[in-house]
Ligand binder design. Structure first.
Ligand code: FHN
Length: 411
């Protein structure tokens, strides 16, 4: 099977992850007790029997859900793709599934298919739309992996039956009824054999040849790699990869988690990740009413405003692998331009010599201004020293452009 075209994803750099499901109802608290850990794992952490957990569906009525608002937030944040939980480990489908009535339309008072509405709202704005799908763990199903409190008898389990009766039919629905799907984000491959991972990847491609398959389909059968949750590599990592990250300390909404990262931190993480060759998939966890928590919205809009000013130095750029993370910031490049993302402002920045001569240096937000640079040997290394203006150019990351004479060679 031919590999789908990755270019849109490579250029996108920044995506919105959404963990939304029945776990937003308890929001981290079960029978008055705070359950430690990530919110969407409450069923497993508190060992909630499936017959009890499924009753959450009666209470799940996200009447404030507005797909247009979510897609608009995604756009305003400068995120180019959206990936939402169509079914997480709890097994509950957040769309109208025909092959399992354990889904939002058949089981909740809400009676709407939010995935249909989101797919349309994203398409309207040119945002690529993708589904998270938990293919191995499904705590509602006896044949799947993960629920040993309702289904302790391993001998009665038949993973093949679960793949054939739920996973593949649901993937078919997701890839048939929701228009063009940018990617399927599988997760926790655990027991998946190489053959099973390949089978699911091929199945996705057979239904939508342009749809990317995420790395957690397992056994290196995805179109790109996923690093660990919140994992930031120290240096450049070759190939296509993405890091899924939280904005606080959970994926699914927890009412007592207020440990939000600042917009500054998010921006530095974004720049750090793309300078090492990756994409940044940043999560929001909406409430049971269907609302993305206001602190998340504020942080993301602030990030979006920075991207509005500085997006040229982010989208469609590439890392320069031989430039290691620098004490003052990070570097990206596109065609004949090198972008210096300055985190720590001072009178000058020093970076390794480039493979093409520089013609001009200027602030991204003021191309008419000329900055001075010199080739110097610093600490025994051939270096470029660029003088900076007195004050930072931006309240977050400041961007300097170096225009080079021709495309850079990557050594
Ligand atoms: O177990 C899941 C977790 O709930 C969450 O969905 C994250 C997101 O990357 N993936 C798994 C843990 O790595």
């Amino acid at each position: 099977m031919t590999k789908p075209d990755m270019q849109w994803w490579r250029d996108a750099k920044f995506g919105m992850f959404i963990h939304w499901g029945l776990y937003a109802v308890p929001a981290g608290i079960w029978k008055g007790q705070e359950i430690p850990g990530i919110g969407e794992w409450i069923m497993k952490r508190a060992q909630i029997p499936r017959r009890e957990y499924e009753k959450l569906a009666d209470e799940f009525n996200p009447i404030r859900f507005d797909a247009e608002e979510w897609a608009q937030l995604c756009q305003d944040s400068g995120m180019k793709y959206m990936v939402i939980t169509s079914k997480h480990h709890d097994g509950f489908a957040m769309y109208h599934s025909q092959c399992s009535d354990y889904n939002i339309v058949d089981r909740t008072p809400f009676d709407r298919d939010p995935m249909k509405e989101l797919a349309a709202a994203c398409q309207k704005r040119g945002i690529k739309f993708g589904f998270y799908y938990s293919q191995t763990q499904d705590w509602y199903e006896k044949d799947a992996v993960g629920n040993d409190w309702d289904f302790p008898n391993e001998d009665e389990k038949n993973f093949r039956r679960y793949l054939d009766n739920k996973v593949k039919p649901q993937l078919k629905e997701l890839l048939t009824n929701y228009g063009p799907i940018g990617l399927i984000w599988f997760d926790t491959p655990m027991t998946m054999t190489k053959e099973e991972s390949q089978e699911l990847a091929d199945y996705v491609h057979s239904l939508q040849p342009d749809c990317l398959v995420g790395g957690r389909v397992g056994n290196e059968c995805g179109d790109y790699r996923n690093l660990g949750d919140n994992e930031i590599p120290d240096e450049h990592v070759p190939g296509d990869w993405e890091t899924p990250c939280t904005l606080n300390d959970t994926w699914g909404f927890k009412k007592n988690d207020h440990n939000w990262k600042s917009a500054d931190t998010v921006l530095q993480l974004l720049v750090d990740i793309i300078s090492k060759g990756g994409n940044y998939l940043l999560n929001v966890g909406p409430t049971q009413e269907g609302v993305i928590p206001e602190p998340s919205c504020e942080i993301l809009r602030e990030v979006g405003r920075w991207l509005e000013r500085n997006g040229e130095a982010v989208y469609g750029t590439e890392p320069i692998p031989y430039i290691k993370p620098l004490s003052w910031g990070r570097v990206t490049e596109k065609a004949d331009k090198v972008y210096l993302h300055v985190f720590d402002w001072s009178s000058k920045v020093v970076l390794p010599e480039l493979t093409s001569p520089i013609e001009r240096a200027y602030p991204l937000n003021n191309p008419a201004a000329e900055l001075h640079w010199n080739a110097e040997t610093v600490a025994g290394e051939k270096s470029l020293v660029v003088s900076l203006p007195d004050a930072p150019l931006d309240e977050h990351v400041s961007v300097i452009v170096l225009e080079t004479n021709g495309e850079l060679r990557h050594m």
